[in-house]
Write a protein that binds this ligand. Sequence first.
Ligand code: ADP
Ligand code: MG
Length: 312
Amino acid sequence: MKLAILSREPKLYSTTRLVQAAEARGHQAVVIDHLQCNLVLEKGAPGIIYKGAPLEKFDAVIPRIGASVTFYGTAVVRQFEMMKVRTAVDSQSIIRSRDKLRSMQVLARAGVGMPKTAFTNYSDEVPQMIRQVGGAPVIIKLLEGTQGLGVVLAETEKAAQSVIEAFHNLKARIIVQEFVAESKGADLRAFVVNGEVVGAMKRQGKEGEFRSNLHRGGTGTLVKLSRAEKAAALLAAKSLGLSIAGVDMLQSKRGPLVLEVNSSPGLEGIEKATGLNIAGKIIEYTEQLIDKKKVKDVKPKAPAPMPDHQAE
Ligand code: ADP
Ligand code: MG
C-alpha cells in the first residue's frame, strides 16, 4: 500500500511513528505537507499539485491536521476524497469535531455524560449562567482554546463574573462549565481506532494545577478503563463519526464526563504512557479501509446527524 501522511512536520513524533509503523507493515509512506498542496478543480478531474508537480497516486491518506489550519487542511483531505483516495478520517468529521460547541451538542444528544455546560450570545445575565451550571467554582473556557490555554477556574461567583464579562467584552466565545472537583486535576485520554479503545492513559496535572494537559506539565500513565469509561469513549467517537479519536474524560461520582474529542490526537503521550504501538493500530485500520468489509461503521445512525450549516 502507498500511504500519504498529511503532516506539516515530518520530524514530529506522531509523523515519524506513522511512517515507521507503515514501513514495518511493508508499506510505503510519504509525508505530504498539506499547506504546500495546490488544489486543481476541473470537470471530472480533480487533482493536487505538490511542490510544482502533480501528486503521485496514493492508496490511502492519514490526515494529521492541526487546529490552526483546519480550513485548508480539510480542503486538501476533501480533494483526496474527490480523487477517490481512502482517508483514515474523513474531512467532514474533522471539521465538525473542531467546533467544540457543536461537538458538545451532538454528544449531549447522543447521551454521552459531560460536565453541565452553558453558552450564551454575550448575554449580560451572567449570574444566571453561573447558577445554571451549579454555582461557583466554575470553569470558563474559550471555545477556540487548545492545550489547556484558555481554560480558567473561577473560585468565586465574583471572579467568574469578572472573567466572563471580560471575555464577552472582547467578543470571545466562551462556555461556562461545572467544575468537577473530584477529578483532582486528572483526566483520562482514551485513544479510539475503528470502534475500539486501543490505549488509554491517565493524565495528572502538576502540583497545584487543575489542568492535566501534558503541554501544561501534566504526566501520563497507563490506566485500565472501566466498562463505563470505554463505552463513553466509543459512543463519543461514534456520534461524531470519527474513526480515529482521542477522547478526554473526567472521572466523577456520576461516571465518566467527556470534555472533548480530538480528531488528530498526538501519539507521543499515549505511546510513551502505555508502551503500546498505537501508530501500528492506525496503519492496521488504514489497511482495512482498502478491504472495506472489516471497517466498523462509525457514522452515527439514529438520530440523524446535525446539519453542517452554521448561521452566518
Ligand atoms: P483544552 O482543549 O485546552 O485541552 P479542555 O476542555 O480539555 O481544554 O480542558 C483542559 C484541562 O482542564 C482538562 O484536561 C482537565 O484536566 C481540566 N478541566 C477542563 N474542564 C474541567 C471541568 N469542567 N472540571 C474540572 N477540570 C476540568
Ligand atoms: Mg483537552
